[in-house]
Design a protein around this ligand. Structure first.
Ligand code: ZN
Length: 345
């Protein structure tokens, strides 16, 4: 009996080690451990032994059984590993489309900033960025708004101290650009601005883009031409605009720019005869513009008798909302970081 056990141990070990696939291994498992397998039959023969011999031989047979079972498993792993290395594992159809990984994209504001930068770079404007924290001089005083002037109220500024403010508008970049001392100037300053306001059309933090063009003989005609060019490019030629006289301290004359409403096509009335809820009269306010005030040129150390210029400052999110088909009825959505909203762009 012990010789038989020894013989099966040697034979099974060599057979299992030489097996080349899992089918062969299964055949060996049946040959040794199956219902009529050689090891199983040995166990049945135990009954023929004397009670004294039984425990000792029984243990040997059980050990052999475990040994065969374990070497079949080990060999099976080796075969699997080898076929994976050889590329013979699960069949792969290389013509099937792959699993698509989630892909991010630019935030709509970032995309709008890039587009605005590109539009103005085509007509010679250079993108600039100026500080988010500014001194009172650049934000107000140098822009013809002396201390205690009521015009300051409109900016609802966050003051850190009487002299330091969170930049309330990109116009502060005008003086910084002039201070460089290089003329002519064609600057587009796109930066973050902060004001104490929050409703459907305002957020406490927002982006503005500020155009500044200073050269000899610059007139309102140049301003109008530049605005016309931007509006045609950014709104795909589908909008009209108008200059509406207004008052700002840092420009003279000053205007607000209105563009025709996308919802009612500038009619103020919808096709069903109802008044347009968005614009009420066909025009939407885009932002401010005007000829740079001589006092501001002086503050920037430019001689207003020799040079003139125009400036305009508009909200990036505001123009983004006015793009045809955007359909954003609350500006705060842009910064809520809600993927259901952002993934639509
Ligand atoms: Zn309208």
């Amino acid at each position: 009996m012990q010789d038989k056990i020894k013989k099966i141990r040697i034979q099974s070990a060599s057979e299992i080690n030489l097996a080349e696939n899992s089918k062969q291994l299964e055949n060996f498992r049946i040959k040794y451990l199956g219902r009529r397998g050689e090891v199983t039959l040995l166990l049945k023969d135990l009954a023929k032994l004397s009670p004294k011999q039984r425990p000792q031989i029984g243990k040997l047979i059980n050990d052999l059984k475990k040994e065969i079972d374990s070497s079949i498993k080990t060999r099976n792993e080796e075969i699997k590993l080898k076929s994976a290395e050889d590329g013979e594992g699960d069949w792969i159809d290389l013509t099937m489309p792959g699993v698509k990984l989630p892909e991010g994209h630019l935030h709509p504001t970032t995309a709008a900033i890039q587009e605005i930068t590109e539009i103005f770079s085509k007509i010679g404007y250079t993108r600039e960025r100026y500080p988010e924290v500014e001194t009172d001089w650049y934000a107000f005083e140098g822009l013809n708004m002396p201390k205690d002037h009521p015009a300051r109220d409109e900016w609802e500024t966050f003051f850190f101290s009487p002299k330091i403010v969170l930049t309330p508008h990109t116009s502060s970049g005008q003086l910084r650009e002039m201070e460089k001392g290089k003329l002519p100037i064609r600057m587009i300053n796109i930066s973050k601005c902060y004001r104490r306001q929050s409703d459907v059309s305002h957020t406490p933090m927002f982006y503005q883009f500020e155009g500044l063009h200073i050269d000899k003989n610059i007139s309102i005609a140049n301003l109008k031409g530049t605005i016309d060019y931007f509006i045609k490019e950014f709104f795909s030629g589908k909008r009209e605009f108008r200059l509406r006289p207004f008052h700002f301290r840092f420009t003279e004359p000053s205007f607000e720019i209105d563009i025709t409403c996308d919802i009612c096509q500038g009619k103020g009335v919808l096709e069903n005869g109802q008044k347009c809820r968005l614009c009420k009269e066909g025009w939407l306010e885009l932002g401010g513009a005007g000829m740079v005030h001589p006092n501001v040129l002086k503050a920037g150390k430019i001689d207003p008798k020799k040079y003139s210029g125009f400036a305009f400052g508009w909200g990036v999110e505001r123009v983004l909302m006015m793009k045809p088909g955007m359909n954003i009825d609350d500006i705060r959505m842009i910064y809520k970081n809600d993927l259901r909203f952002l993934e639509q762009f």
